[in-house]
Design a protein around this ligand. Structure first.
Ligand code: FKS
Ligand code: ZN
Length: 344
């Protein structure tokens, strides 16, 4: 399995995130990628391949033009407003003032396009975000060219990024963009299976009214887990998309036995859909020692579920999402890929 990677991810380095009422060093930091690269090398995976540059055509099929334009320009506008530190969203058109007017004030614009407050914007954020989308598209190209699998080592992650909103460390939805690219290049049915601890709200929203891309997510119940407002079991799709969205919210403390039952249920739906290609939103924050999550998977469990994913026998594109136990993120991530390789 080839890994696609861009060193441009290091251009995104924010000072802090809001966590439990205080500013703390960001959980989503560049060192995460170093541990994964080190473990890939140690376990004999091929040297990572650099990303190719793609234009924004595919991006514009899953995100609005004004949102993408905002991402490209926000940092310069923030500087022009006289600010020097990272930008942190702090005001929203919320339920009591649900305005659809896009404000010209940059602080207000940031709030308009934000879905949460933990995700700061820094110099270099767009460059990293744009490169992560190139990583995902390059990996999708490998599948289109006939590879059985590929690993898009994206940073920042993408699955919380909605049609026109950022948050949860995500800006462009790398998995959704890759899925769209597969759709545009001969694959008529794509399944996106999200195994990150957090619900893939952005991916769900983007494809909610479509019947060509099935979305499935196994995650901490929104009753107690971020992003709180989406990811319930009764969200099944709308319009043409009815029956194409599947959520498996699980209780805090869920171990691999519980988790893998949900995985098997998701497989039943992927088979019923007759998916031609699989995109895995791969977050390893389901790990027992993850600092911001509440599941109990152990390192060996990651190998086991990688193996189980391979039994589906589908071309499979792994797209990196979360995982914050940095010392073990490499082992857990590579275990999934090695498990997959072990039987395919
Ligand atoms: C709990 C606050 C939760 C935000 C968590 C974001 C998780 C991001 C992720 C991704 F894959 F996108 F990186 N804070 N008090 O892991 O889902
Ligand atoms: Zn996560």
């Amino acid at each position: 399995m080839k890994t696609i990677y861009s060193d441009k991810h290091t251009l995104r380095q924010v000072k802090a995130e809001i966590h439990n009422g205080e500013l703390v060093p960001p959980f989503e930091r560049k060192e995460r990628i170093d541990y994964i690269l080190k473990e890939l090398n140690k376990r004999g995976f091929d040297k990572p391949i650099s990303e190719q540059a793609f234009n924004l055509d595919t991006v514009h099929k899953v995100h609005s033009k004004d949102y993408v334009n905002f991402l490209q320009n926000v940092w310069q506008k923030w500087l022009n407003a006289g600010h020097t530190c990272d930008a942190i969203p702090n005001i929203w058109p919320s339920r009591s003032m649900p305005s659809k007017i896009i404000p010209s004030n940059i602080e207000a614009q940031i709030g308009y396009y934000a879905l949460a407050a933990e995700t700061a914007i820094s110099s270099g954020t767009w460059q990293a975000v744009n490169a992560a989308k190139d990583v995902a598209l390059t990996a999708a190209e490998h599948i289109i060219q006939g590879e059985k699998s590929a690993f898009a080592l994206c940073r920042p992650p993408g699955h919380h990024a909605a049609h026109d909103q950022f948050g949860g460390y995500c800006f462009l939805n790398n998995a959704a963009i890759a899925a769209q690219h597969l759709r545009d290049n001969g694959y008529s049915k794509v399944s996106i299976l999200d195994v990150d601890y957090h619900h893939g709200n952005g991916t769900q929203q983007i494809f909610y009214r479509r019947n060509d891309v099935q979305t499935l997510s196994i995650h901490g119940d929104p009753d107690f887990a971020f992003p709180y407002f989406l990811g319930h079991a009764n969200e099944t799709g709308d319009d043409a998309g009815v029956g194409h969205c599947f959520n498996y919210p699980l209780p805090a403390g869920s171990d691999y036995q519980t988790w893998s039952l949900a995985l098997e249920q998701s497989f039943t739906q992927i088979k019923a859909f007759n998916a031609e290609v699989l995109v895995i939103s791969l977050g390893v924050d389901t790990f027992e020692d993850d600092p911001i999550s509440a599941f109990k998977l152990r390192s060996d469990d990651f190998f086991d579920y990688g193996k189980r994913i391979a039994t589906l026998g589908l071309p499979t594109l792994f797209v990196m999402e979360g995982g914050y136990a940095v010392e073990q993120i490499g082992i857990n991530t590579v275990n999934v890929l090695a498990g997959f390789n072990s039987i395919s």
